[in-house]
Design a binder for this molecule. Structure first.
Ligand code: ADP
Ligand code: MG
Length: 403
């Protein structure tokens, strides 16, 4: 079902409530909160700037950290408001209360093109409870609603879903629209061959996604700790590797399912192994694995091996659409990052639509310095996975349908 887009709204002179995802990583430096990566904020600028240029009064709502329903100073959005000021080159008013008289007064004083950020919606327990009274209080602050918080769209909270019942119209922001276009639109009828790279820590996190993607994908490449679970399920020794021992049947089921669907499903053929899980540790290649030879006893697989890199690189080069979710090794430790970096390089070099499906894979691609060579990089972790799984996101479902 098509949802209204920000472009469909008549915003001039209106108070537009915009839910954004400003849950940015921060660090304390000399008693100050410093934003270490403002990507999520920058990704919302097209929506914010459009509203400003079209004479709207923009009221931003966001969550930050996990204050668990209480006002916790370190989770205040004030530093985010200050940073946004520098990004849009226009003052950003900040309301220390999410709703109530202070917010109302600040909003009453706004002029067309002005921007206000409300304090962390999660300072109120009612937010995550999707309390309709709180949703209504938020809604009263504006006339129209725009959801640009893709990263929070898999949650039905007051500011992401409940609020839509109390405003005249609710629409997708431009970031939301772009995320849906790539993670849903493009992948509905992907250019073939469609190749998926699945890595990360647990197969159990991604069963739904792998199953759903088998309906569309021609090739699936497995890496990361989840590969160990597949190996163990196939009787390949995994030594002291991280493995989900209770998911072996499930791994075999997925392999059967792939066979039935005619999907080329690749497991790594070798790995980089280490005795110690730390930087500077001694490592070695396992060589080609089989039922009689796998990871050395007491050692653990921490990255795909050289042969797997060659095999996967070759597959990646043939694809026309590539979706990557989950690093293929412990990329946070440079000694174990070669596989993930090689995959990132191969994806960047492919003559294909390349989509990075959120979470740690995004960090890995950035770390490899290849972010600007990808077609699309999702800002959502959990939300991307749920969307790829084919689930409807509550924050999208609640928006006004296009007539
Ligand atoms: P994403 O966020 O991209 O979906 P996940 O959260 O599922 O990815 O997994 C990322 C984590 O998996 C990383 O922290 C990485 O260190 C870890 N990981 C990858 N390969 C291995 C491995 N062989 N052993 C242990 N941890 C691994
Ligand atoms: Mg993750």
């Amino acid at each position: 079902m098509k949802k209204l887009s920000l472009r469909d709204l008549e915003v001039r002179g209106k108070r537009v409530l915009v839910r954004v995802d400003f849950n940015v990583p921060t660090e304390e430096r000399d008693g100050r909160t410093v934003i270490t990566d403002d990507t999520r904020m920058r990704e919302s600028l097209p929506t914010i700037n459009y509203l400003r240029e079209h004479g709207a009064r923009t009221i931003l709502m966001a969550h930050f950290g996990r204050p668990k329903g209480k006002a916790v100073e370190k989770y205040s959005l004030r530093p985010v408001a200050d940073h946004l000021h520098t990004l849009i080159n226009h003052p950003v008013a900040f309301s220390r209360h999410t709703t109530g008289p202070e917010a109302e007064q600040i909003i009453a004083d706004m002029k067309e093109g002005d921007v206000t950020l409300l304090e962390n919606v999660r300072f109120q327990a009612e937010e995550e409870a999707n309390d309709s009274g709180f949703a209504q209080q938020l809604a009263q602050l504006g006339d129209l609603y725009v959801n640009d918080a893709f990263g929070a769209a898999h949650r039905a909270h007051a500011s992401t879903a409940g609020i839509t019942k109390f405003v005249a119209q609710s629409a997708m922001g431009f970031l939301m629209e772009k995320e849906l276009q790539y993670l849903k639109g493009e992948l509905d009828q992907p250019k073939k061959p469609f190749l998926v790279i699945m890595g990360g820590s647990k197969v159990s996190d991604k069963i739904g996604v792998i199953k759903a993607l088998m309906e569309k994908a021609d090739t699936i490449l497995i890496g990361g700790a989840m590969a160990n679970t597949f190996w163990k399920a196939q009787g390949i020794p995994v030594g002291a590797s991280r493995v989900e021992a209770d998911k072996l049947d499930l791994a075999n089921e997925l392999l059967e399912h792939a066979k039935a669907k005619g999907v080329k499903f690749f497991l790594p053929v070798d790995a980089l192994e280490t005795e110690e899980f730390k930087a500077g540790a001694q490592t070695q290649q396992t060589g080609t694995v089989s039922a009689s030879r796998g990871v050395t006893e007491g050692w653990q697989a921490v990255d795909i091996g050289e042969q797997t890199i060659a095999l996967y690189t070759d597959q990646i080069a043939r694809a026309k659409t590539i979706l990557w979710n989950g690093p293929v090794g412990v990329f946070e430790i440079p000694d174990f990052a070669a596989g993930t970096n090689a995959i990132a390089e191969a994806v960047a070099n492919a003559d294909a639509t390349t989509i990075i499906g959120g979470g740690d894979s995004v960090t890995a691609v950035k770390q490899a310095g290849l972010a600007d060579r990808m077609t699309f990089i999702s800002t959502g972790g959990g939300a991307s996975l749920e969307l790829l799984e084919g689930k409807e996101l509550p924050g999208v479902a609640a928006l006004t349908e296009k007539s």
